[in-house]
Design a protein around this ligand. Structure first.
Ligand code: ADP
Length: 249
C-alpha cells in the first residue's frame, strides 16, 4: 500500500461536481464541487443547516440532486455492483427497526448483501457491542445506536467510510474511540469522509477539511492551511469562514 503524504496526488475516491439540491425555495446544497482522496480523513464541516446531511444523502442515492453529480471511483453509488463492500455509511443511527436485536439487524444486513455471517461477530467486537448484541435496539442509548450504525457501516469491510455526525450522543470515551477508528482506517490506505459541526472535533480527527455554509463551498484545504500565520486558532478560522454562512449556528 502506498502511503500518501500529504496526498495531493492521491486517488480521487469521491468526486462531487456542481452538486445542487433545492427543496422548493430553499437551496440546501448549492453547486458544490470537491473531491475526497484516498488514505486520509476528510472532514465535512459546517454549521447546523449548512447542507451536510443533504449532501451525504445525495452521495448515497437517497436523495436526487437537482443538478450535478456525486461519483465513487467514477460511478454513482447506485451503480456500484456491491455497494456495502465498497462504501460503508452511517447517516441516521436511530434508523434501525426498533424491534430487532443488534445481532439480528446485522445478520439481516449481512444476508441480504452476501456478506459472510462471521463478519457480524467481528464487527460486534470492533464496536464493543457484544454484550448488548441480543438486546432490542429500542432499548439502546444514542451512543449504542451510533456504535451499531458503525458496525453496519463496517460490515462489508469497505474501502470508504461515510459518516454523518458520528460522535453525536457519544460520551468522551466513545468520541475518542471513533477518532481512533477513523485514523486507523485511513492509515490502512482507506478513505474516510465524516461530517461534523464541531471544528474542535475535526481539528483532532481530519487531515483535510471541506467547509460549507448555506450549501456553498467555503474552504477546501489541508488542516494545516487553515490557520493564518499563527494569528488565529482553528476555531477562529471556522467562525471567520462560516459567519453569515449558516442558518442557525
Ligand atoms: P446539515 O446536515 O448541515 O445540518 P441539512 O442538509 O440537514 O444540513 O439541511 C440543509 C438545509 O436544507 C436546511 O435549511 C434544511 O432545513 C433543508 N432541508 C433538508 N432536508 C429537507 C427536506 N427534506 N425538505 C425541505 N428542506 C430540507
Amino acid at each position: 500500500m502506498r502511503h500518501t503524504h500529504p496526498a495531493q496526488d492521491a486517488r480521487h475516491v469521491i468526486d462531487v461536481r456542481r452538486l445542487t439540491k433545492r427543496y422548493g425555495r430553499t437551496t440546501a446544497v448549492d453547486a458544490l464541487t470537491f473531491t475526497v482522496r484516498q488514505g486520509r480523513v476528510t472532514g465535512f464541516l459546517g454549521p447546523n443547516g449548512a447542507g451536510k446531511s443533504t449532501t451525504m444523502r445525495m452521495l448515497l442515492g437517497l436523495d436526487r440532486p437537482t443538478h450535478g453529480e456525486a461519483l465513487f471511483d467514477g460511478k454513482p453509488y447506485c451503480d456500484l455492483p456491491e455497494p456495502l463492500r465498497h462504501v460503508g455509511a452511517l447517516l441516521d443511527a436511530t434508523a434501525t427497526q426498533a424491534g430487532r436485536t443488534a445481532r439480528n439487524h446485522l445478520t439481516w444486513l449481512a444476508r441480504t448483501n452476501r456478506i459472510p455471517r462471521r463478519r457480524v461477530e467481528e464487527v460486534l467486537d470492533v464496536v464493543g457491542l457484544h454484550s448488548a448484541a441480543d438486546q432490542r435496539t429500542r432499548t439502546f442509548s444514542l451512543g449504542m445506536a451510533q456504535r451499531l450504525g458503525i458496525a453496519a457501516a463496517l460490515l462489508g469491510d469497505p474501502e470508504v467510510l461515510l459518516l454523518d455526525e458520528p460522535v453525536n450522543g457519544l460520551d468522551p470515551e466513545g468520541v475518542r474511540w471513533i477518532r481512533t477508528l477513523l485514523r486507523t482506517f485511513a492509515a490502512e490506505g482507506r478513505t474516510v469522509f465524516v461530517s461534523s459541526h464541531l471544528m474542535s472535533e475535526m481539528a483532532v480527527t481530519a487531515d483535510h477539511l471541506v467547509v460549507i455554509g448555506r450549501g456553498r463551498l467555503l474552504a477546501d484545504a489541508d488542516l494545516s492551511e487553515f490557520v493564518r500565520d499563527g494569528e488565529e486558532s482553528l476555531e477562529d478560522a471556522f467562525f471567520r469562514l462560516t459567519s453569515g454562512g449558516g442558518s442557525d449556528a
